[in-house]
Ligand binder design. Structure first.
Ligand code: NAD
Ligand code: USQ
Length: 422
């Protein structure tokens, strides 16, 4: 079993989850994400050890071995050698640039996102085809591929009647960003691969993930997964919890009617495991919408506010000017029954879950950079703004005195280092 993107927010708990279930897990990552943090002056609020330290701690505590493999999916020769050596029965592919704002900074970041994601995925498809043709590709896509159409969103396919004829076709996509567009291209390429080569594939169109704790991450501080809070990498509900823990206003972009699918990180583990345990057939391109509930941003912000209030603390909602180009009040009804039919028992969002997330954040709140938390640094129309420039320049100054590789290896956080120096 190969988990690609294991150093990330979802990848690390996923590798542990599968390892605990008895799978032989090979963990793959090129550590690009640590480099992108250095580039933009961002960092995980929860400190994360190196991959070597993580797999060693996991082995020490559970007796289970996760094999760590440093590999870039864009290096097709290395990827082919990897696939020929391990011939995995399934590959969980999480290894992409996954931030919509990052992809909207400028031309360079849009191109890097699409090249990394589309080429990496294509290399993986060819490596599977040539060296492990029976391997099940479990690929993380995103609900944002669909956008917000004014009709119900189906699970991947739509049956259309046109001029008296009927066909079932891939669902039309109107994505939210250059990042989301890269996922649409991946989906099309995978669909094609299943048709021409008889590949088996499951494309998981996942909603926004929240939460930070799984059974395995809670075993030891070294096994925690990353917690992004800044406006480039942090996702909506996680950011709202961090803002609540810090007593800062909750930043709802625009009117707050934007509705998306959401799921608890524990359900991400369960959904991917269900997909692995019920593999797609040869030649099948299966699409599941992977989320458990849909909420508007106003609904999420109100819930977080109530949790704060129940503890006797006031906080406010700040409707900041929307840095994105997106509908702020729209129809949204996305189907998501396929994973429930396979046996998913969702952890629905409630106030106790939000309370425990806020408590977790409170332990690290002194490490927060409030500018990174509160101020959007990328605008969809004009790209990276002065906040982006300030933090990116900061990291360039750091990089001039200390190579990016050394920073990545030492896990240093640019802002923290600056504070120490001050
Ligand atoms: P993440 O950024 O925390 O982790 C992604 C990992 O992939 C990083 O460790 C990075 O170094 C690695 N990576 C990137 N490009 C690579 C390459 N070319 N070769 C090898 N490794 C590479 O992201 P995440 O939040 O864990 O998301 C994982 C996947 O799930 C992504 O594909 C993302 O699009 C998808 N997804 C995430 C969410 C969410 O809310 N976090 C929601 C829907 C879908
Ligand atoms: N938003 C706010 N305030 C904030 C941050 C975000 O109002 O402080 C809004 C955004 O404008 C957007 C919504 O919240 O309307 C969701 O934004 P997000 O940053 O939580 O999520 P998004 O950019 O869509 O990306 C995240 C992951 C991505 C994944 C996607 C799933 O980073 O990898 O693909 O969620 S989905 O949204 O279903 O496409």
């Amino acid at each position: 079993m190969a988990v690609l993107g294991t150093d990330g927010y979802i990848g690390w708990p996923m590798a542990m989850h599968l390892s605990r279930l008895g799978y032989d897990v090979v963990a793959v990552d090129n550590l690009a994400r640590r480099g992108w943090d250095v580039e933009g002056g961002t960092y995980s609020l929860v400190p994360i050890p190196t991959m070597e330290q993580r797999v060693e701690r996991w082995r020490e505590l559970t007796g289970n071995t996760i094999i760590w493999h440093h590999l870039d999916l864009c290096d097709h020769k290395a990827l082919e050698a990897f696939m020929a050596e391990f011939v995995p029965e399934a590959v969980v592919h999480l290894a992409e640039q996954r931030s919509a704002p990052f992809s909207m900074i400028d031309r360079d970041h849009a191109v890097r996102t699409q090249v990394n994601n589309i080429v990496g995925n294509l290399n993986l498809m060819f490596a599977i085809h040539e060296h492990a043709p029976d391997c099940h590709l479990v690929k993380l896509g995103t609900m944002g591929e669909y956008g917000c159409p004014n009709i119900d969103i189906e699970e991947g396919y739509l049956t259309i009647e046109h001029n008296g004829r009927t066909d079932t076709l891939p669902y039309p996509k109107v994505p939210h960003s250059f990042y989301h567009l890269s996922k649409v291209a991946d989906s099309q390429n995978i669909h094609f691969g299943t048709r021409i080569w008889g590949m088996r594939a499951t494309d998981l169109n996942q909603g926004v993930v929240y939460g930070n704790q799984t059974e395995d991450t809670m075993l030891h501080p070294d096994l925690m997964t990353r917690l992004d809070f800044d406006s480039i990498w942090g996702t909506a509900l996680n950011r709202f919890c961090v803002q609540a823990a810090a007593g800062l206003p909750i930043t709802v972009y625009g009117q707050g009617g934007q509705t998306r699918g959401y799921l608890d990180i524990r359900d991400t583990m369960a959904c991917i495991t269900l997909a692995i345990e019920h593999p797609a057939d040869r030649g099948e391109c299966r699409v599941f919408n992977q989320f458990t509930e849909q909420f508007s941003l106003n609904e999420l912000a109100d819930m977080v506010l109530r949790v704060r209030k129940a503890r006797g603390w006031e906080t406010t909602i700040d409707h900041v000017a929307n840095p994105r180009v997106e509908a702020e009040s729209h129809y949204y009804n996305a189907k998501h029954s396929a994973l429930v039919d396979l046996g998913l028992e969702p952890h629905l969002l409630d106030e106790s879950m939000l309370g425990s997330m806020i408590e977790l954040v409170e332990q690290y709140v002194h490490q927060l950079d409030p500018v990174l938390l509160q101020q959007p640094s990328v605008n969809w129309r004009t790209g990276g703004n002065e906040v982006w420039d300030t933090y990116a320049n900061q990291s360039q100054v750091e990089a001039a005195t200390d190579s990016v590789d050394a920073l990545v290896a030492s896990q240093a956080r640019p802002r923290e280092r600056q504070l120490q120096q001050d």
